[in-house]
Ligand binder design. Structure first.
Ligand code: KG4
Ligand code: ZN
Length: 344
C-alpha cells in the first residue's frame, strides 16, 4: 500500500450524512448533509427521521465528495465507515452502503469507531503524528477522558460522564432557555453577551470526596437541575448571563479534569475532540490553561469537531499507514460500540 493512502470515509451515526475523502493526512473533500432542521421541532434527533434522511442523502453526498476531491472512485485505496456507536438505524444506512461499495469494488474496508474517529481528525490539521496523549472527547452522546497510546488500537479510558454527555447538557439547557436545537452553538453565541461569573453554578464531581472514585469522571445532571431551579426562581434573569455562567461551569470542569489527567499521567499533550470542542469559550480556556501547564494543545477546526466524514476517512488512513488489517465484509454495526474498540 502507498504511504499516502486515498481513503473515503462514511459517517451516518446521528443526523449528519457525511462523506470525507483524504489522501494520507490531507483533506480532499468534506461533504456534510445534515437533517438537523427536520428534528428541530421535536427538540432532539428522531431516529427514524434520521435514518430516512440518510437514505435520501447518501448517494448524492458520495457523488459530491468524489467530485469535490477531483478523483474517481476507482482511485480509492480503501473505504472507512462508522460502525458505532450511534443510532442503529442510522448506522445501518452507512454500513450497508459501504458493504455494497465493497462488494462491487473489492476495496478494503475499515469499520471504525466514531469516537476514535473524532480524535483521529487531528491528523488532518497536524503533520506530526500524535504522541501518547490525553484526549478529552466531548460530544452529544459521549463525554470521556482517554489516554491514547496509539489511536489505531491502544486506548485506555480514564473517566466518563456518569449521566448526561457535555453536549447533551448544552442541548437541555438551551431547551430551558428556549434557544432551539441543537443547543451548543446557540448557547455559545448567546454567552458572548453575558457575564460568565453572574451565577455561581455547581461544578459536578470536583469536591475532595469525589477525588477517590470519580477523579476523571463527569456529571452534569446536578448542574442542569441548578440551572432549571435558578431560571424558575429568577424570572427576570438575563438569558445571556445564565448561558455564560452555565457554559463557564461546564468548561471549567472539562478543562480542569483534562489537564489534571495530563499532570497525573505525566503526559504533556492534550487533544480535545467532538462537537463540544467547537465551543469558543472552551477553546479559549483550554488554550490559556494548557499554556500555563506546559501542555501542547490540539483542537481541530470547529467544522471538523462536529460530526463529519473526514474524521472517519482520517482514521481509515491512519489504519492503512499503521498496516492494520482491514475488516471482514461481515462486520456488524453496534449502537453501543465501546470507545476502546477502534475498529472491528
Ligand atoms: O460530535 P457531535 O457532532 O455529535 C455526536 O457525536 O454527538 O456533537 C454534537 C453535540 C451537540 O450536543 C451540540 O449541541 C454540541 O455538540 N455542540 C456544541 C457546539 N457545537 C456543537 N456545544 C457547545 N458549543 C458549541 N459551539
Ligand atoms: Zn460525534
Amino acid at each position: 500500500m502507498k504511504s499516502e493512502a486515498l481513503v473515503l470515509g462514511i459517517e451516518t451515526s446521528c443526523d449528519e450524512t457525511a462523506i470525507g475523502i483524504v489522501r494520507g493526512r490531507t483533506l480532499l473533500a468534506n461533504v456534510i448533509a445534515s437533517s438537523v432542521d427536520e428534528h428541530a421541532r421535536f427538540g432532539g434527533v428522531v431516529p427514524e427521521v434520521a435514518s430516512r434522511a440518510h437514505l435520501e442523502a447518501i448517494i448524492p453526498a458520495l457523488d459530491r465528495a468524489i467530485k469535490e476531491a477531483k478523483i474517481s472512485f476507482a482511485d480509492l485505496d480503501a473505504l472507512a465507515v462508522t460502525a458505532g456507536p450511534g443510532l442503529i438505524g442510522a448506522l445501518l444506512v452507512g454500513t450497508s452502503s459501504a458493504t455494497g461499495l465493497v462488494l462491487a469494488s473489492g476495496k478494503p474496508i475499515y469499520a471504525v469507531n466514531h469516537l476514535a474517529a473524532h480524535v483521529s481528525v487531528d491528523a488532518l490539521t497536524h503533520d506530526a503524528p500524535l504522541r501518547p496523549t490525553i484526549a478529552l472527547l466531548v460530544s452529544g452522546g459521549h463525554s470521556s477522558l482517554l489516554k491514547i497510546n496509539d489511536i489505531t488500537g491502544n486506548i485506555e479510558k480514564l473517566g466518563q460522564t456518569l449521566d448526561d454527555a457535555a453536549g447533551e447538557a448544552f442541548d437541555k439547557i438551551a431547551r430551558l432557555l428556549e434557544l432551539g436545537f441543537p443547543g451548543g452553538p446557540a448557547i455559545d453565541a448567546l454567552a458572548k453577551s453575558g457575564k460568565k461569573d453572574a451565577i455561581d453554578f455547581p461544578r459536578g464531581l470536583t469536591h475532595a470526596k469525589d477525588s477517590e472514585k470519580h477523579l476523571f469522571d463527569f456529571s452534569f445532571s446536578g448542574l442542569k437541575t441548578a440551572v432549571a431551579r435558578y431560571i424558575e426562581a429568577t424570572p427576570t434573569a438575563k438569558k445571556s448571563d445564565v448561558a455564560a455562567s452555565f457554559q463557564e461551569a461546564v468548561v471549567d470542569v472539562l478543562i480542569s479534569k483534562a489537564l489534571l489527567a495530563c499532570t497525573q499521567s505525566g503526559i504533556d499533550s492534550l487533544v480535545i475532540a467532538g462537537g463540544v470542542a467547537a465551543n469558543s469559550r472552551l477553546r479559549e480556556v483550554a488554550a490559556e490553561r494548557a499554556a500555563k501547564s506546559g501542555v501542547e494543545l490540539r483542537i481541530p477546526a470547529p467544522l471538523l469537531c462536529t460530526d463529519n466524514g473526514a474524521m472517519v476517512a482520517a482514521l481509515g488512513s491512519l489504519m492503512v499507514s499503521a498496516g492494520a488489517s482491514a475488516s471482514t465484509i461481515d462486520f456488524s454495526a453496534d449502537s453501543a460500540m465501546s470507545v476502546l474498540e477502534v475498529a472491528r
